[in-house]
Design a protein around this ligand. Structure first.
Ligand code: SF4
Length: 369
């Protein structure tokens, strides 16, 4: 039985926009009606978050931090897990706190311009970043700091010509759409030879209020491509009807489907987590039944200790108790080559071809709602 103790502080935080929308929906329906709960479950703290299994659940979804010294100075807010992509976190501030956030336990961080400049120079360094083509700017929410974001993108354009794609992760259009104004659009403006994309998280069609749609359109009109990563969550979107409505609505907004994530085994998340098999059944029903257009199909993916693993046939190698062994195509040698500080997690086994397999905690059948 899981120990019950207070979850490490991740304060409930709602933007004024979300507060207003929740109040309007509650006036229209009942606070406990499914339509209201599909929004409030994403943002209101739940007593179920205090059910923590220290032995099984994690405070971080993976360890990819790079405690790197460059030009004699430490680099902050830098992660690397994949060959071609570097991840930069300029801030940990967000307009609202999503209860399922993977970075709920991160130390607060707010990078200065000189620190961002150093990161940009590092990204352009031939010796360290030969294969890097892409930077993911995440957080926190980079659209909360448009001036710094503009500075960082300009610095990457000037000092890292190897970077062709910049992705910016943001839920500001959903949480505070009124912020999508001139300063954000200026930061995301087109620059020569640089493709800028926005990666967002829409989890349910109920979040797509007219103001939200208008904010997405402004970003698209400024030249940004937008793609979506949803998290599969009990009581939010764990039915085929919810998923069809969501992916149809995204297609109508010209937002590309990317991942449908299995909810990560983070501390206090058990009440959100379906089993992998439930997610597979839902994905099968979604993508192999003509329920949605082929252009609207997401990839069902687990975020493991060694990175993302998309669930194709043969991905689940075996089961032991509540854990499943997932097959990846990642090799240890390559991982260390890109990130020399990376340490192989205990959950990893190496297959006969030198590829990593990773043990992953499954969700529980019918976990508390
Ligand atoms: S907007 Fe993103 S980083 Fe911020 S709380 Fe939500 S999931 Fe976490």
């Amino acid at each position: 039985m899981a120990e019950v103790r207070p979850r490490v502080e991740f304060k409930e935080k709602l933007s004024p926009f979300l507060r207003r929308k929740i109040a309007e929906l509650t006036d229209q329906y009942d606070a406990l009606s499914p339509v209201v709960r599909k929004l409030t479950r994403q943002y209101l703290a739940d007593p179920a978050e205090r059910h923590i299994d220290e032995a099984l659940e994690r405070r971080r979804h993976y360890d990819a931090e790079m405690p790197t010294v460059y030009e004699g100075k430490p680099l902050h807010g830098l992660e690397r897990l994949y060959r071609r992509v570097i991840l930069i976190e300029p801030t940990t501030v967000c307009a609202a706190h999503c209860r399922y956030c993977l970075r709920a336990h991160y130390e607060p961080l707010h990078l200065r311009e000189d620190e961002l400049l150093l990161l940009a120079r590092y990204c352009g360094d031939e010796a360290h970043c030969r294969e890097v083509r892409e930077v993911l700017i995440t957080g926190g929410d980079p659209l909360m700091i448009p001036t710094r974001l503009n500075f960082l993108i300009d610095a990457l354009a000037e000092h890292a010509p190897n970077i062709r794609h910049i992705r910016v992760g943001s839920r500001v259009p959903l949480q505070a759409p009124e912020r999508v104004e001139e300063d954000i659009l200026h930061a995301l403006r087109k620059r020569p030879a640089l493709q800028i994309e926005i990666g967002t998280h829409v989890n349910h069609a109920v979040e797509l209020f007219p103001e939200v749609n208008a904010a997405f359109h402004k970003l698209q009109d400024a030249g940004c491509r937008i793609y979506n990563q949803s998290v599969l969550m009990r009581g939010v979107n764990d039915s085929i009807e919810d998923l069809v409505e969501l992916f149809d609505a995204l297609r109508a907004l010209w937002i590309e489907p990317h991942y449908l994530f299995h909810c990560v085994p983070m501390q206090g998340m058990a009440h959100f987590r379906t089993t992998l098999e439930e997610g597979l059944e839902l994905t099968r029903a979604l993508v192999m039944s003509g329920a949605v257009s082929g252009r609207a199909k997401p990839m069902y993916t687990a975020m493991t200790d060694i990175g993302k693993i998309t669930l194709y046939q043969g991905t689940i190698v075996k089961r032991k108790g509540r854990h499943v062994l997932l097959q990846s195509n990642y090799a240890v040698e390559e991982r260390i080559q890109w990130n020399p500080q990376w340490a192989q997690p205990d959950s990893v086994e190496i297959d006969p071809h030198g590829r990593m397999r990773v043990w992953y905690l499954d969700g529980e059948n019918g976990a508390a709602r």
